[in-house]
Design a protein around this ligand. Structure first.
Ligand code: S3P
Length: 437
């Protein structure tokens, strides 16, 4: 692997991936992105000092910390992912809050800003500026916030907060970010709010609120929470990010002789569906040392690859695997039965149109792909050749195709590989250290 350019962390970087013969070794992952965002936001509200270890190293969570700092929260970052903050009343920011590439920052922070006694503007980069925000504007406006947005409910958002009122809300499109935004807003609302989702999404918002001392009840896909609850600071070590682990899990899956050990990985059942899918495809997987911290399950995962069978991902499974679908699709050609993804229209409004980006890049590597409105069909048993890949500025596309490149014939050039910094800046160096050539 060679860096083609890139003087600073944000400079455009192209990376060459050479094919590999095997993958083996052990990895410890940076803290989960979804949990890092939530703990940081709640730490900024809670009474006392919150101390977080193994905080996500990605630029997205740095956007959340930057926004919190602009809102008057004093944050100290130390070695090894240590983040400390003292909760305090938030004050009106001097300028716009820059959410960078992070939809999580914009949507979940909106929930808290909806209940603050000031106006704040939230902006983002070109990709975030294209993403739909009506899904948070609608419920938060119903709770009483005033929110202005660009045409079609796109960023920037201008939120004027106030004392909110409870709602009973059915989220139309499954989204953990929207559910979390509403629950965070409930901290500033009178009455009892209920949020119901069409299918189960990750529950880190609920678990984080409970960790910080809030009470809520869950019945099936419905969460109920009394407004106005106060939070207490926590100390936590954030579990390794399973969506980052996914790239190594899929890379290991490609080599029947592989042996990969992942320590302290998040095993929350709403996030770990990839392990079941890989098991079904023939991989050997074991999880040991299961522990629970602040309601989140953590375990040590070992994986060995196999002659991979195919898989069909649809319905609730597509929602559960939403961040892992690009890499699963990218290894589809190496399976015997192919990978079919349905009911995943949401992929079109992520950091890039991930259905289009996966189809385009697989075709560049020589695969036949059927692109559909809500997914893809990637037939199996197709050899891939090295090619030029366009990350479309999307971290998960850059990393997914670095994995696909490992079993291609010839080298692959990942253009825009710096996008990996959004969630996992160490990805390419960690991958390289695991490969045998
Ligand atoms: C996230 C929820 C998902 C996911 C995103 C992180 C979260 O988005 O794709 O990467 O932390 O709640 P949606 O809420 O849009 O489904």
């Amino acid at each position: 692997m060679r860096l083609r350019s890139g003087r600073s962390v944000t400079a455009r970087t192209d990376i060459v991936i050479h094919p590999a013969k095997n993958l083996a070794g052990a990895v410890r992952l940076p803290g989960d992105k979804s949990i890092s965002h939530r703990y940081a936001m709640l730490g900024g509200l809670a009474a006392g000092k919150t101390r977080l270890r193994n905080f996500s190293t990605g630029a997205d969570c740095a956007s959340t910390l930057g926004a919190l700092a602009a809102l008057g929260i004093v944050i100290v970052r130390g070695e090894d992912g240590l983040v400390e903050m003292e909760g305090a009343p938030w004050r009106a920011p001097r300028g716009a809050l820059d959410c960078g590439n992070s939809g999580s920052t914009m949507r979940m922070l909106s929930g808290i800003l909806a209940g603050q006694p000031f106006t704040a503007e939230l902006t983002g980069d070109a990709s975030l500026s294209r993403r739909p925000m009506a899904r948070v504007i609608e419920p938060l406006s119903r709770m009483g916030a005033r929110i202005e947005a660009s045409a079609g409910g796109r960023p920037p958002l201008r939120i004027t907060g106030r004392q909110l009122q409870a709602i009973d809300y059915r989220v139309p499109i499954a989204s953990a970010q929207v559910k979390t935004a509403i629950l965070f807003a409930t901290l500033f609302a009178g009455g009892t709010t209920a949020v119901e989702e069409p299918m189960r999404t990750r529950d880190h918002g609920e678990l984080a609120l409970q960790a910080f001392g809030a009470e809520l009840t869950r019945h099936g896909n419905r969460v109920t929470m009394t407004g106005g609850q106060k939070l207490r600071a926590i100390e936590a070590t954030i579990p390794g990010d399973i969506s980052s682990a996914a790239f190594f899990l899929c890379a290991a899956a490609l080599f029947p002789g592989s042996n990969l050990l992942l320590d302290s990985v998040l095993m929350n059942p709403t996030r770990a569906a990839l392990l079941d899918v890989l098991l079904g495809m023939g991989c050997r997987i074991s999880v040991v040392n299961l522990e629970e911290h602040h309601g989140e399950l953590i375990g040590m995962v070992s994986v060995a690859g196999a002659e991979l069978k195919g898989a069909t991902i649809a319905g609730a499974l597509s929602a559960a695997l939403i961040d892992e679908l690009p890499v699963l699709a990218a290894i589809g050609p190496y399976t015997t039965g192919g990978i079919e993804i349905r009911d995943a229209r949401e992929l079109r409004v992520k950091e890039s149109d991930r259905i289009a980006a996966v189809a385009r890049n697989l075709r560049a590597m020589g695969a036949a792909v059927e692109e559909r409105d809500d997914g893809l069909r990637v037939p199996g048993s197709q050899p891939l050749h090295g090619a030029e890949i366009d990350s479309a500025g999307d971290h998960r596309i850059a990393m997914a195709f670095a994995v696909a490149a490992l079993r291609a014939s010839g080298d692959t050039l990942i253009r825009g590989a710096e996008a990996a910094q959004i969630s996992y800046p160490e990805f390419f160096t960690t991958l390289e250290a695991l490969l045998e050539r």
